[in-house]
Design a protein around this ligand. Structure first.
Ligand SMILES: *Cc1c(COP(=O)(O)O)cnc(C)c1O
Length: 355
């Protein structure tokens, strides 16, 4: 029995992606070879890489003459270091909206001077700071678009005129059409909404690649080196990139607008149900709530026990809150359908009839 996976990442992907990926492990494109054994320099894989690079730009509505997409390794965590290592010359500005932002800030401080220009630390990261502005120019402003742990999300992004913007979009990239072109660099660990763990998407403006600092940097940590090598500086994560491509094709088939519309319905249904029963989030204020990661607590311990047993019964998986905050978290990534969410909300309603 296939479970309904509300896990935060690695996460659910469309069943068709799992099936096509499984086929490719046995025989890729009728080559008589597995995707796991073909050369990354083979024509077959170079085609995969090129389509994955161009399709992601297309889905983000970015012009391929201005932007380039790279599939790197090391997760979003390596980007925390790579971003400042390449682009921090004088001072960088960071918006602190939680643990992932903090990690990015801590890595940047090892490279140079960092200013936290806005933070929601004071209120336990329950909200996205309002009216973020800057007084002078910075090498870049960095923000985290969706805070996976607390369930908060930027609905609209601030803008800073000429100052380049960089975002960690690991947990909400391609969950909705966005003005991705407002950013000079966007990164995302693939395992939430793009594909399986293993590859990290970096989308960067070609002009911005000229802004690198004067460091004589390790080649593998150099965006320009990866870009010049067409994202094949070394052996890429062939399988992860192929499965990501399958998912990108699925997103294209669905259409990002229709995915967004379903994502909104999913979140609205779940939040309404939680509110109805007072199972609300202690981690996210209403105005900053995420449509991707919905955090909640169950005030009554006997309800919690009943809820856990119902989840088991209905094959609902992955609702445990992040270890730092506890409680529950339902992640509503693209491949999770509205009917899947309906099963969860029915269970929540059912548990609450046992008062
Ligand atoms: C999961 C997550 C990360 C960490 O990603 P890794 O690929 O595991 O390094 C970073 N930022 C956000 C917003 C995340 O959700």
């Amino acid at each position: 029995m296939k479970k309904i996976n509300f896990g935060a990442g690695p996460c659910i992907l469309p069943q068709s992606v799992f099936e096509l990926a499984a086929e490719a492990i046995i025989d890729y494109d009728q080559l008589g070879l597995s995707i796991l054994e073909i050369s990354h320099r083979s024509h077959a894989f170079v085609e995969v890489m090129e389509e994955a690079r161009s399709l992601v730009l297309e889905l983000m509505n970015l012009d391929a003459s201005s932007y380039t997409a790279l599939y790197l390794q090391g997760g979003a965590s390596q980007q925390f270091a790579m971003v400042p290592y390449n682009f921090l010359s004088n001072t960088a500005a960071y918006v602190d909206t939680g643990v992932w932002s903090q990690k990015a800030i801590s890595e940047a401080k090892k490279v140079g001077h960092v200013e936290t220009i806005a933070s929601s630390k004071e209120n336990g990261y329950k909200s996205i700071p309002e009216k973020i502005s800057i007084e002078h120019s910075y090498d870049y402003v960095h923000l985290t678009s969706n805070n996976t742990i607390y369930g908060t999300q930027f609905d609209a992004f601030p803008s800073f005129n000429e100052t380049p913007m960089i975002a960690d979009m690991s947990s909400d990239i391609l969950s909705r059409p966005r003005n991705y072109a407002a950013f000079d660099l966007i990164y995302a660990g693939a395992q939430k909404n793009i594909g399986p763990a293993g590859t990290t998407l970096v989308v960067v403006k070609k002009d911005f690649l000229q802004h690198v600092n004067g460091l004589d940097r390790f080649k593998f940590l150099d965006y320009n080196a990866h870009s010049k090598a067409d994202s094949m500086l070394n052996t890429p994560t062939v399988f992860s990139i192929y499965a990501s491509l399958l998912n990108l094709r699925w997103i294209k088939e669905q259409g990002l607008d229709s995915i967004f519309s379903e994502n909104q319905q999913k979140a609205a249904l779940l939040y309404a149900t939680l509110e109805k029963h007072n199972w609300i989030s202690p981690f996210a204020e209403r105005s900053s709530r995420s449509s991707m990661n919905v955090t909640f607590t169950i005030p009554d311990a006997s309800h919690a026990a009943l809820f856990d047993s119902y989840c088991k019964k209905y094959d609902i998986h992955g609702l445990k809150g992040h270890r730092l905050v506890g409680g529950y978290r339902a992640s509503l990534y693209n491949a999770l359908s509205l009917s899947n969410v309906k099963i969860l909300t029915d269970v929540i309603d059912e548990v609450n009839t046992h008062v």
